[in-house]
Design a protein around this ligand. Structure first.
Ligand code: TRP
Length: 370
C-alpha cells in the first residue's frame, strides 16, 4: 500500500480516500443516505458522484430535521492566499445545502491560524487575504440574511469564551498526537484547535439552546473536528455533524494542489488567457500520439481535464458520461476536451469576477462584528 498522509496542514502522497475513511473512522455516504436527502431536493452532483463521500452523524441530524429540528451550517477558510477552484468546490456545495435546508451559515475566516502556521505570513497580510477571500464567498450567492462571515481576530470577543471552554477540556498530549506538534512548535498552534471548534457551538450559544451544527468541508479537516466532537457533550452541546469531500486534485496530476505552484490550479482572479494556458498544460489521460489515441482510446480516470468537469464544471451526468465514453473509445481527443473546459471555466469566471466586484459594496451585509 502506498504511503500517504492527510492532516489539516499537509497532504503528501497519493490519497486513498477509501482507506482514509477507515483510518479516520468516518462513515460512507451511501445510497440509503442519498435517498433520504432526495426527499428535499435532487441530490447534488457532488453527492451522486462520490465527491462529498463521507460523514459523521448526518443520518442522525437528518432524523432530527425530519422531526422539525433545524440545523445550521458552519464552514471556514484559512486566508493564506488568493481563492482558487479547490476552495470554491466545497463552498458551492455549502450554498446548495443552505438553499435546500434553509439553513443559517457561519463562515469562519482563520487569519489567526494562517499567521501561526505560515512562517512567512504577517497578520496584516493574512487579513488582506481574508477580505479578498470573503469577496469570493459573497460572489457565490449566499443569502445575506442567513450568512454570517467573521475573521477570528475581529470576532474574538464572541469566540473566545467558547474556545476557552473547549481548550480546558483538551490536553497538550492530545493536541500533540492529533496534530503532530513538537517542543519547538509555537504555543499559538497548541491553542488554535479551540478556535476552530468554537463556531461549531456558536449557533447554540447565540440562540441560547442546543442546535445541530453541520460542517461541509474537506476530509483533511477531520482531526480538528474529532476533538470538537469529543468535547461537545461535556459542554452541553450536540456532537458536531460532518459532511466530507475529497480534495480537488492538482491540474498537473496527483492530489497535491500547492499554492506555491500556480500552474497546479486556477485562481478566481485569473484572466481568460491564464486559464487557457493552465488548461493547456494540464495532465491528461491522452495517448502518446493521435493515431494511438484514435486506436486505443484515452484514460479519463487519470485525466485532470476530465476530473475538473466531474468535480465542478459539468453538472449534467449524461453529458459527463458522454465525454467519458467518447474518450475511452478514441472518438474524442484532448484538444477538444481542453477547449471545452477552458470555455466553461472562463464563462464561470467572467460572471464570478463581476459578482466579486459587486461584493465589495456588500461586505457589511455579511460580516459579523462584535
Ligand atoms: N483550517 C481551515 C483551513 O486551513 C479553515 C477552517 C476553519 C475550516 N474552520 C473551518 C475549514 C471549518 C472547514 C470547516 O483552511
Amino acid at each position: 500500500m502506498a504511503e500517504f498522509t492527510v492532516t489539516p496542514w499537509e497532504v503528501t502522497g497519493e490519497i486513498d480516500y477509501e482507506e482514509l475513511v477507515e483510518r479516520f473512522g468516518t462513515s460512507r455516504i451511501d445510497e440509503n443516505l442519498i435517498n433520504r436527502i432526495s426527499k428535499y431536493a435532487e441530490p447534488h452532483f457532488m453527492l451522486r458522484r462520490g465527491i462529498f463521500y463521507s460523514h459523521r452523524d448526518f443520518d442522525r441530524t437528518l432524523s432530527d430535521y425530519e422531526k422539525g429540528k433545524p440545523f445550521y451550517l458552519y464552514t471556514g477558510r484559512g486566508p493564506s492566499g488568493m481563492t482558487h477552484l479547490g476552495h470554491i468546490m466545497p463552498w458551492l456545495f455549502t450554498k446548495w445545502m443552505q438553499d435546500v435546508f434553509d439553513a443559517e451559515l457561519y463562515f469562519q475566516i482563520t487569519d489567526d491560524e494562517k499567521f501561526l502556521f505560515k512562517d512567512e505570513l504577517t497578520l496584516e497580510k493574512a487579513r488582506e487575504y481574508a477580505y479578498e477571500n470573503i469577496l469570493d464567498i459573497i460572489a457565490l450567492g449566499f443569502d445575506p440574511k442567513k450568512t454570517h462571515i467573521f475573521l477570528d481576530t475581529e470576532y474574538i470577543h464572541n469566540l473566545y469564551p467558547i474556545a476557552l471552554r473547549v481548550a480546558k477540556r483538551i490536553t497538550f498530549s492530545t493536541v500533540r498526537a492529533v496534530f503532530g506538534l513538537q517542543n519547538s512548535s509555537n504555543i499559538g498552534k497548541i491553542f488554535y484547535t479551540g478556535m476552530q471548534s468554537a463556531p461549531a457551538f456558536l449557533g447554540s450559544e447565540l440562540s441560547g439552546e442546543p442546535i445541530n451544527c453541520v460542517v461541509p468541508c474537506g476530509i483533511d479537516q477531520d482531526p480538528h473536528f474529532r476533538v470538537t466532537r469529543d468535547v461537545a457533550p461535556f459542554l452541553g452541546y450536540p456532537k458536531t455533524t460532518m459532511i466530507y469531500c475529497k480534495l480537488l486534485p492538482s491540474l498537473l496530476g496527483g492530489d497535491k494542489m500547492s499554492s506555491s505552484v500556480p500552474e497546479s490550479t486556477i485562481y478566481t482572479t485569473d484572466t481568460p488567457k491564464q486559464v487557457k494556458k493552465k488548461i493547456g498544460k494540464a495532465f491528461t489521460g491522452g495517448a502518446v500520439s493521435v493515431e494511438e489515441q484514435r486506436k486505443n482510446g484515452g484514460n479519463p480516470d487519470v485525466c485532470m481535464v476530465y476530473h475538473y468537469l466531474r468535480y465542478i464544471f459539468e453538472p449534467d451526468d449524461e453529458k459527463l458520461k458522454k465525454v467519458y465514453d467518447e474518450c475511452m473509445a478514441g472518438e474524442r481527443l484532448c484538444g477538444q476536451c481542453k477547449m471545452e473546459l477552458t470555455g466553461k471555466i472562463n464563462r464561470f469566471l467572467e460572471k464570478h469576477q463581476e459578482k466579486r466586484e459587486e461584493a465589495k459594496e456588500m461586505l457589511e451585509d455579511f460580516i459579523l462584528r462584535d
